[in-house]
Write a protein that binds this ligand. Structure first.
Ligand code: AMP
Length: 415
């Protein structure tokens, strides 16, 4: 079912959102992006004349009640964002009465789902090596179904709008969907947008397609790099992984970050790119620092000739030029991972050059998707989030989707 085609009038809707928002030490929300992200879905349900049961996780309480992660801390923020009062259920598994009493237009916020280990469905307090682990896991799966059934019993319709957890088969993100008829379960608007954005990258590709993968390590990105290799025209690999490639090619990389056990993998990626006709763009020069600090002395050098005691911290001017040249003509762009240690203001140049080129290409008609934790922080730091086509809210979920994996949270409502 599509949310736009559903009339929520008189219905109770249980909506899985991602309200895992950052809080300061006094429990105040420091960034409400995720709350705002869910508003189109929540408001549509209320505007139709439905009532809302909102559920989310926050942090990693590991199956135990922990006031530090209580969603009661964000109740007023949710109320303010929705422009209506919010009732709070301080036990998400014992909220049947409160849910039953909801009238159209009313909102119930459930306490953190992860106060129950059943949400994640992983046995707690038992080691994977323990001979009793398999039995405990089986028992937990049964308990997880019961927990999901309880949550489902509160409502007539289920909406999943939590892209950030869509790659997890948790009670509230996937298992719960079994208890609703196909016509009474659906993705929310935010999820629909995310799915569409990934589809633009994976299926509906306008060429040339340039992917920019940065960040610290090759090993965490290899699945995506391999999947993208069949799809992209230009593949820019930058950031910390530059130095694994430079070393693999026989360069001296000083103290730069490097995965020495991935040198063969780096050479293999280079060969695959050649075989598949992908234009692989690797950094050739870098801004090296004599310490891992914003105040380090710097020099520009070839990535293959970094002096001892120095480390590559950002892309150099020649690299930035090559990155820009591969981005500007693109009609589809994916960016994941910074080109340098962008957290230090003196090492943002490479990431800035990439961001500027993406903004320009987007103005010229490209579809640009920026996603995965640090690159989002990067475009936010530069104040450019509104100038790319789409900034994904998903970290792991986005990366798994791009790797071509089926996300359980999406599959569950599409069955
Ligand atoms: P990831 O989580 O793998 O996307 O990596 C993001 C992190 O990579 C950021 O915290 C960056 O500071 C870091 N990073 C990018 N370039 C470098 C570099 N040349 N040396 C060390 N860390 C880097």
């Amino acid at each position: 079912m599509k949310i736009d085609n559903y009339n929520f009038a008189g219905k109770k809707a249980i909506v899985r959102v991602d309200f895992n928002v950052p809080l300061d030490e006094n429990g105040h929300v420091t960034d409400d992006t995720r709350i705002r992200g869910a508003l189109p879905t929540l408001k549509k349900i209320l505007a139709d004349g439905g009532s809302l049961i909102i559920m989310s996780h926050m942090g990693k309480p590991k199956g135990k009640v922990n006031p530090k992660f209580s969603l009661s801390q964000i109740k007023e923020d949710v109320a303010k964002a929705l422009g209506t009062d919010v009732i709070f259920a301080d036990d998400c598994a014992k909220a049947a009465d409160k849910a039953a009493a909801l009238k159209p237009g009313e909102v119930l916020l459930l306490e953190n789902l992860r106060f129950y280990p059943e949400e994640e469905g992983k046995p707690v307090g038992i080691d994977k090596e323990d001979p009793a682990y398999d039995e405990a896991k089986k028992a937990m799966k049964v308990a997880q179904k019961e927990f999901a059934k309880t949550l489902a019993s509160y409502a007539d319709v289920y909406v999943n709008d939590a892209f950030g957890t869509a790659h997890r088969k948790h009670a509230s993100t996937a298992v719960i969907a079994d208890y609703f008829k196909p016509e009474d379960k659906m993705l929310g608007y935010l999820m629909e947008k995310e799915v569409q954005a990934v589809d633009n990258i994976l299926s509906d590709i306008k060429r040339p397609f340039t992917a920019i993968m940065g960040g610290s390590k090759v090993s965490t990105k290899i699945g995506i790099i391999e999947n993208l290799m069949d799809k992209v025209d230009n593949l820019i690999l930058c950031g910390g992984m530059t130095y694994t490639f430079a070393k693999a090619m026989g360069g001296n990389i000083g103290e730069s970050i490097c995965e020495s056990d991935k040198l063969d993998l780096a050479l293999d990626i280079m060969q695959k790119a050649k075989d598949k006709g992908v234009n692989l763009v690797l950094g050739t020069d870098c801004v090296a620092g004599d310490a891992f600090s914003n105040d380090a002395h710097t020099q520009i050098c070839s990535v293959k000739e970094i002096p001892a005691g120095w480390e590559g911290m950002d892309a150099g001017p020649e690299s930035c030029k090559a990155f820009t040249a591969a981005i500007l003509p693109a009609k589809t762009i994916l960016w994941n991972g910074p080109a340098g240690v962008f957290e230090f203001d003196n090492f943002t140049g490479g990431s800035r050059a990439i961001a500027d080129a993406i903004v320009k290409a987007t103005k010229d008609g490209a579809f640009s998707l920026v996603g995965g934790g640090d690159s989002v922080a990067c475009v936010n730091k530069f104040g450019l989030a509104d100038e790319v086509s789409y900034v994904s809210t998903g970290g792991g979920a986005l990366l798994e989707a791009i790797e071509g994996k089926i996300l359980p949270g999406i599959a569950a409502v599409k069955e």
